[in-house]
Design a protein around this ligand. Structure first.
Ligand code: APR
Length: 245
């Protein structure tokens, strides 16, 4: 496969490897992506379902959509791409940043994940009453919209919606992770910022940067390498065992 040998040569000399994943890494598991032919944003409008304003307007509609996605994802299992990254995460020099909220990297056993856009399995108080976010894996949820057990107000999905800021702690951990030897951007359309900026930040620190995506993105031109093939086929061909510092 074009580019795999070149990437393996880079990985052979890499102490620090950072991988950023997007929806494409879960496509082979049956989780719909957002953009592209069967993408969720072809059928649904993000403005109606994934913004704070949409939730204020119609929390039940937003929750019905998230509950539908939770039920769909609950049936999905990690694929070989998730499994390779889980194995790499045993190395201290590895960091996984994911935009995915589906929990499949966790299900594969990946350690130390940076969840850029939160988790669909986490809920939090919509009024920020002070209760810490909590896990709820029930799908379907018994009552929609769910309530905050702390104050009785509305609960909301623990995900980052359009127009919302990324958690500062997450941004700080990403800032450290982009300083690496090899940065891989896997299964993302690379158009949603600030996530899409991480590959460029990595390149600016001197990392070798590569994209793995069956359809090369516009962002690929600025990277060192683009491998135009599915993540679940490419990642099992990659070889990395961290060099000792
Ligand atoms: N392997 C690798 N990439 C794939 C595969 C596959 N098997 N199948 C599809 N892809 C690619 C598509 O070509 C596309 O470029 O995955 C990408 C998915 O892009 P998006 O659907 O835009 O997903 P993502 O980049 O994760 O979206 C970013 O947008 O709406 C939001 O918050 C949501 O986190 C998400 C963010």
């Amino acid at each position: 496969m074009d580019g795999v040998t070149a990437l393996n040569e880079r990985l052979a000399n890499a102490r620090r490897v950072t991988v950023m994943t997007g929806a494409g890494v879960s496509a082979a598991s049956g989780v719909p992506t957002f953009r592209g032919a069967d993408g969720l944003w072809r059928t649904f409008r993000a403005e109606d379902l994934a913004t704070p304003e949409a939730f204020d307007r119609d929390p039940l509609l937003v929750w019905e959509w998230y509950d539908w996605r939770r039920k769909l994802i609950a049936e999905c299992r990690p694929n070989p791409a998730h499994e390779v990254l889980a194995a790499w995460s045993a190395n201290a020099g590895f960091t996984l940043i994911t935009q995915n909220v589906d929990g499949l990297h966790e299900a594969a056993g990946t350690r130390g994940i940076i969840r850029f856009h939160g988790s669909i399995w986490e809920l939090r108080c919509a009024d920020a009453c002070g209760l810490a976010p909590w896990q709820d894996r029930r799908a379907p949820l018994p009552v929609l919209p769910p309530r905050c057990p702390g104050c009785g107000g509305l609960a909301r999905p623990g995900v980052v919606w359009f127009g919302e800021a990324i958690d500062r702690g997450v941004l700080m951990r990403c800032g450290a992770a982009v300083s690496c030897d090899v940065f891989l951007s896997v299964g993302t359309s690379s158009i949603v910022y600030p996530a899409a900026g991480l590959a460029h930040a990595a390149r600016d620190t001197g990392a070798f940067t590569a994209e793995i995506n069956p359809t090369a993105t516009d962002a690929a031109a600025a990277l060192d390498l683009a491998i135009a093939a599915p993540a679940e086929k490419v990642l099992p061909l990659l070889r990395w065992s961290a060099l000792k510092a």
